[in-house]
Design a protein around this ligand. Structure first.
Ligand SMILES: [Zn+2]
Length: 371
């Protein structure tokens, strides 16, 4: 039981008197005085000492059915007729005093309890902190990172370029003049006269040669845009592009760089196949095929039973491109290779539908981040 001072506790204050029956008016007056002072003592206490339940106990003690007040009211009819009026006046006076005091007291206790509850709710340092959900990288961003790391180790500098591009950097400088049939290969978003959304990251090659000069060893990853949309094509996708320009660069340099790069990407040496192809900005040009890592060449569903996966394109930089970018093809030569990151991300993380990369489903990213 709570102790209010050295020598009195709340339970003692709330004890009922030994006998509440009065045999005379003066005795009644004494009992009423006692009851009044007892009440004054209780309601004079700090409200923070009382819980709401305890405040209710106080109310029951002073004005409830079994309180002395109620006993005295009931006993009124036993008084002789000439004393009844006086006794009634005294008891009713006490009644209104007790009711006012107790009501005030209970309200104060309740307000204090409510304020305390609000304050506790505001800053409760004992509660466990809410779970913090950290974000995770998008699968394509993860793939970009995992492709750029080995390139950095191979001595490539990672550079960036504009996504809104001048026609010159996207086409002209890369040996695709306005009447060139190769423009047909890329369904382009034309933004304004002379401005396009870049259709490949190869546009960064021209920027690099013209702004940085040669020799060069650069890699670039970024968004590219084409006006196409079906089950296997989306209007925006990410490419990664590499360019090396130096004296005496040959196909042998390209091949050994590709071997080293894909060995790092797959975590072990993989078989590569260069298949003759055509790109306006390289000559000769080739498609890069990597042996299927599911079936190791015997044929399966993910390689469409060919045993090979198409990864991207490569070639020696076309001398016309070198000339247009201010590099002397008599002194310098170079190679370039590039690939779509989305497809690599799909095969790397086993994602079946290309469109799921664009649905913004956080579960997909979170799942991959846990790997
Ligand atoms: Zn296969």
């Amino acid at each position: 039981m709570m102790t209010l001072s050295k020598d009195i506790s709340l339970s003692e204050l709330l004890e009922l008197p030994q006998s509440a029956a009065a045999s005379s008016l003066s005795e009644l007056q004494n009992l009423i005085d006692d009851e009044r002072s007892r009440c004054m003592k209780v309601v004079g206490l700090q409200v923070n000492l009382f819980s709401e339940a305890q405040a209710d106990d106080v109310r029951v003690r002073f004005t409830g059915k079994k309180s002395p007040l109620q006993d005295w009211l009931k006993a009124l009819r036993n008084y002789p007729a000439d004393e009844r009026k006086d006794a009634g006046a005294k008891i009713n006076q006490l009644k209104s005093f007790l009711e006012t005091e107790i009501e005030n007291f209970v309200v104060k206790c309740r307000l204090f309890a409510e304020e305390k509850k609000l304050a506790d709710e505001r800053i409760d340092l004992t509660l466990p902190r809410p779970e913090l959900r950290l974000g995770s990288r998008h699968p394509v961003s993860l793939a970009v990172q995992q492709l750029l790391e080995p390139l950095k180790r191979l001595g490539f500098t990672v550079i960036d370029g504009p996504e809104l591009e001048r026609d010159f950097y996207n086409f002209e400088a890369l040996n695709i003049p306005s009447d060139h049939p190769a423009r047909e290969m890329q369904d382009t978003f034309f933004v304004a006269s002379e401005w396009v959304l870049r259709t490949h990251t190869s546009s960064v090659q021209a920027h690099a040669m013209m702004e940085r000069g040669v020799p060069l060893r650069v890699a670039c990853a970024g968004f590219t845009y084409r006006n196409e949309l079906d089950l296997t094509h989306v209007p925006t996708f990410r490419q990664i592009e590499c360019l090396v320009i130096d004296k005496g660069i040959t196909l042998a340099h390209m091949r050994s760089t590709l071997d080293a790069f894909f060995a790092e990407v797959f975590g072990r040496p993989v078989k590569l196949r260069l298949r003759s192809s055509y790109f306006p900005f390289t000559e000769p040009s080739a498609e890069i095929d990597v042996q299927c890592q599911q079936c190791f060449g015997s044929g399966c569903r993910s390689c469409k039973h060919t045993g090979w996966l198409e990864m991207g394109g490569c070639g020696l930089v076309n001398t016309r491109v070198l000339e247009r970018c201010g590099v002397d093809p008599q002194v310098y030569s170079g190679f370039a290779f590039g690939m779509g990151v989305d497809r690599i991300a799909m095969s790397k993380f086993g994602i079946a539908d290309l469109r799921s990369l664009f649905e913004g489903d956080v579960l997909l990213s979170r799942q991959l981040a846990l790997r």
